[in-house]
Ligand binder design. Structure first.
Ligand code: TYC
Length: 130
């Protein structure tokens, strides 16, 4: 008569059988060695990446509109968010454009510095480890 198996019983029933061992062998794989087992703990290895702030600095010459444009172009800010950041920098001297992994932050800094130089503005952009 067929037997009803629960989900647990079923998975046990279909699990792979233990490797065959000869009578004079044991779990160490050594016919004469001690009956020991190695228990390997699997450590979940998800490391959080180091993060970097990209900052812009105030100066007396870069036009406000240019800074807003930079924030829209390189940091995907809408005009309201860009204006808010630009005014923060204008009043406080420094402000955050975004937080990125090292390579992305470095790329943003280079893009902003190259763009400012191309338009002959003294705008400065730096990165700082969080
Ligand atoms: N202080 C500049 C001005 O009055 C505007 C400005 C804002 C410049 C932010 C740089 O990162 C900056 N034209």
């Amino acid at each position: 008569m067929p037997q009803l198996l629960s989900r647990l019983d079923l998975s046990a029933a279909i699990a792979a059988p233990a490797p065959r061992m000869s009578n004079d062998e044991n779990r160490s794989g050594n016919p004469t060695g001690p009956n020991t087992s190695v228990i390997t703990k699997v450590k979940p290895k998800t490391k959080r990446p180091n993060l970097y702030r990209v900052l812009i600095l105030n100066d007396d010459y870069t036009p406000m509109e240019f800074v807003v444009h930079v924030l829209e172009k390189f940091f995907q800010k809408d005009v309201e968010a860009a204006t808010k950041i630009m005014l923060h920098v204008h009043h406080h001297g420094i402000g955050e454009c975004g937080v990125f992994t090292y390579e992305i932050a470095e790329t943003k800094v280079t893009q902003v510095m190259d763009f400012a130089r191309k338009h002959q503005h003294p705008l400065q952009c730096v990165m700082e480890k969080k």
